[in-house]
Design a protein around this ligand. Structure first.
Ligand SMILES: NC(=O)c1ccc[n+]([C@@H]2O[C@H](COP(=O)([O-])OP(=O)(O)OC[C@H]3O[C@@H](n4cnc5c(N)ncnc54)[C@H](OP(=O)(O)O)[C@@H]3O)[C@@H](O)[C@H]2O)c1
Length: 298
């Protein structure tokens, strides 16, 4: 049986993927850099092997990589120094000598390079600003890689900073300077694709760079209109940064800088239904997601 290592297993996407892989009877090794993270992984995934490892610490990373067949990597926005983390991961994979596939979650307009954005945007280490640094390093490594490039918004963003005022005040609050027509993908669809890519034979997906975006683009007025349709209440879009400010905390200024590039450079990213391509099933639309998760909004 193959062993799959998840770097980022305590996170939103990593944990979702872990849940599904357990159901597929995959042997999992889950990693957290924190003791409390290790503890929560043990509680949440009692059948998985759980280890403490930090991708800034090559020794712990090499130990975590030992006897691993596949690796799934999710790195967090704002805090990841890919110039250190990605070389450390590459070195650990080479050291293990057993890895047949690395699956990397990325998020960048296809073809965009680090030199195409300002130093200020790169310094945010958010979205493409981290992935554009990691990808050339991974590409140059010659290792067996599959990218899942989710170059759009993930629908779980709604629960972080958009749903509460929709519920309590029938208002969708976001600063107007960040508005743009955006594509959306559900976290459930991302997890489904990751599981398939990690459970098919590696050679089917190694070398692929799957672009995963939504079929339609929605600006804030469009999202408010969809929310009105789904909830049966008049939801109004309001130019207001209070929710974003609260949810981002210390990262608020960085995310606002990131949005100057994101709201411009992602607009031309095409529709791409990676789930249809890989699993033969259409991705969920934003309307379907809002309907399924209506309790978040009423
Ligand atoms: N939100 C969106 O709309 C959107 C859209 C497209 C793509 N994305 C991409 O999605 C990714 C974020 O996914 P997510 O929300 O699932 O991430 P997340 O919840 O922030 O999880 C990040 C993971 O990184 C781990 N981690 C942090 N520091 C570590 C270290 N030093 N060593 C080892 N592990 C470490 C964390 O584990 P511990 O803290 O337990 O160690 C955690 O499991 C980003 O790359 C972002 O660009 C987001």
């Amino acid at each position: 049986m193959e062993r799959v290592l998840i770097l980022g297993a305590t996170g939103n996407i990593g944990a979702l993927a872990a849940n599904r892989l357990i159901r597929e009877n995959v042997i999992l090794r889950l990693v957290s850099s924190r003791e409390s993270g290790v503890h929560s992984l043990r509680e949440r995934f009692p059948t998985a092997e759980v280890m403490q490892a930090d991708w800034y610490d090559p020794v712990s990373l090499k130990t975590a990589m030992r006897d691993v067949d596949r690796v799934f990597i999710v790195t967090p926005d704002f805090v990841t120094d890919e110039t250190v983390v990605t070389p450390n991961i590459i070195e650990a994979v080479r050291d293990a000598g057993s890895v047949a596939q690395i699956v990397r979650l990325s998020a960048m307009p296809p073809g965009l390079k680090a030199t195409d954005v300002s130093k200020e945007v790169l310094a945010t280490r958010c979205g493409a600003a981290q992935h554009m640094v990691a990808k050339p390093l991974l590409d140059a490594s010659g290792l067996p890689i599959t990218y899942l490039n989710v170059a759009c918004w993930i629908m779980f963003n709604l629960s972080w900073y958009l749903s509460e005022p929709v519920k309590t005040k029938q208002q969708l609050l976001m600063p107007a300077v960040t508005d743009a027509p955006r594509r959306w993908v559900s976290e459930e669809d991302i997890a489904d694709v990751i599981v398939r890519v990690l459970t098919d034979k590696p050679e089917i997906h190694v070398g692929q760079d799957y672009l995963m975006t939504g079929a339609e683009q929605f600006d804030y007025e469009d999202v408010a209109r969809l929310l009105s349709d789904v909830t049966g209440k008049a939801i109004t879009y309001v130019d207001d940064d209070s929710m974003l400010r609260t949810s981002m905390g210390d990262h608020f200024d960085a995310v606002m800088t990131y949005y100057t590039h994101e709201s411009r450079d992602y607009v031309s990213v095409p529709a791409s239904d990676a789930k249809l391509k890989i699993l033969g099933v259409h991705q969920m639309t934003l309307q379907e997601y809002l309907t399924k998760n209506i309790a978040m909004f009423v």
